[in-house]
Design a protein around this ligand. Structure first.
Ligand SMILES: [Zn+2]
Length: 109
């Protein structure tokens, strides 16, 4: 599998992985390491969203473990592309200077 590996930053002392490259427990800088990509299977609930200058997406939570995973919007879109919002009402909305639409939920209708 050519795509089955991922580069991560790993603490050389304790082996923990830190995205930002520093282990505060051992007070040392992490080194780049390559390992197999992990996979998790389960039931996930959308619980939050995130947005930064470089990316945005959804936070999903594994209903059993409570572990949360950020899903990038570009990948979420691949998953939900073609999903139909049937018999829904959309209403115009304005966020700052931008105009858009929102889905009206039953409570708000
Ligand atoms: Zn460490």
């Amino acid at each position: 599998m050519a795509n089955g590996k991922i580069n991560v930053l790993t603490c050389p002392a304790c082996g923990s992985e830190y995205e930002h490259g520093y282990c505060y427990s051992c007070r040392c800088y992490c080194r780049k390491a390559t390992r197999d990509k992990r996979r998790v299977t389960g039931d996930f609930t959308v619980v939050d969203w995130f947005s930064s200058r470089s990316s945005a997406g959804l936070i999903v939570e594994d209903t059993r473990s409570g572990q949360r995973y950020p899903l990038y919007m570009s990948d979420v879109f691949d998953f939900i592309n073609g999903v139909q919002l049937t018999s829904r009402t959309l209403e115009e909305t304005k966020k700052g200077s931008a105009y858009g639409w929102k889905v009206i939920t039953k409570e708000g209708a």
